[in-house]
Design a protein around this ligand. Structure first.
Ligand SMILES: [Zn+2]
Ligand SMILES: [Zn+2]
Length: 256
């Protein structure tokens, strides 16, 4: 399984893009600003987007992507998977003909260029060789993580979350875990803000990682622009060194 980091920052700036991860050539986990770094040819290979939650930094590129690919989506619509609450928010607040056209009705309702597919936590979707499971997490809006399995390899992507049990329980049910992308949006000094905004800071993440039975390579994501080195160093200081930490950057590629 190939994993390419298109965006993993908590914000934007030169070289910084928000959350989006490409699995092989056809699956996106979230569609933040990072999608814009794909070539047109690469965009045309995208068929499935698994959305963790409705926040702008994770969905911003979906409207523009559908518009860009529109002519090509007449045969096979772009499939956007999310929980029901997330789909409702996207329909009401983005694809509402005011912020953006409703591409689930274009060019017509019978053969639209985009389809929302509702998933519930615990459900799995099989796409070719890959099986993608949705897991409930704990954020300010209904939010999910995804566990992606291909052959005997397993990766997990947390989306945005703070302290929770579901993600760790689900991961502990797996016999192995090869790679994990997890957010740490705030520094240790901002622990109260992290709790309020329902994100992790290094200390909260370190506590939750004690629940995980696997030793795993962890890509730290969603760091606040300008504070990345500081937060990452705090992760190194706080997190059990049985895990290998990796400071993700846009453009990183992994073969898992
Ligand atoms: Zn969020
Ligand atoms: Zn976010």
């Amino acid at each position: 399984m190939k994993l390419r980091v298109l965006g993993c920052s908590g914000g934007i700036g030169q070289g910084l893009h928000t959350s989006s991860y490409l699995i092989d050539d056809d699956i996106l986990l979230d569609a933040g600003t990072g999608v814009g770094s794909l070539s047109l040819q690469e965009m045309h290979q995208l068929k499935h987007i698994f959305v963790t939650h409705s926040h702008m930094d994770h969905v911003l590129s979906i409207p523009l992507l559908v518009d860009t690919l529109f002519a090509d989506l007449q045969e096979q619509p772009l499939l956007v998977y999310a929980r029901a609450e997330t789909i409702k928010i996207l329909k009401e607040h983005v694809f509402n003909w005011q912020i953006w056209p409703d591409f689930t009705e274009l060019p017509n309702k019978e053969k639209p260029s985009m389809k929302f597919i509702e998933m519930n936590p615990g459900e799995q979707v099989v796409v070719g060789e890959r099986c993608i499971e949705m897991v409930n997490v704990n954020h300010t809006v209904p939010a999910s993580a995804y566990i992606v399995e291909s052959g005997d390899k397993v990766i997990a992507y947390s989306g945005d979350t703070t302290t929770n049990d579901d993600l760790w329980n689900q991961l502990n049910k797996r016999s192995s875990l090869d790679f994990m992308i997890i957010e740490t949006a705030f520094s240790e000094e901002e622990v109260e803000l992290a709790k309020l905004a329902k994100h992790y800071c290094p200390g909260l993440l370190a506590q939750d990682l004690e629940k995980l039975k696997h030793n795993v390579k962890i890509g730290i994501s969603h760091l606040k622009p300008g504070d990345e080195q500081h937060i990452f160093q705090q992760c190194r200081d706080k997190i059990n060194n049985k895990h290998v930490l990796c400071h993700l950057a846009s453009g990183d590629s992994f073969q898992i």
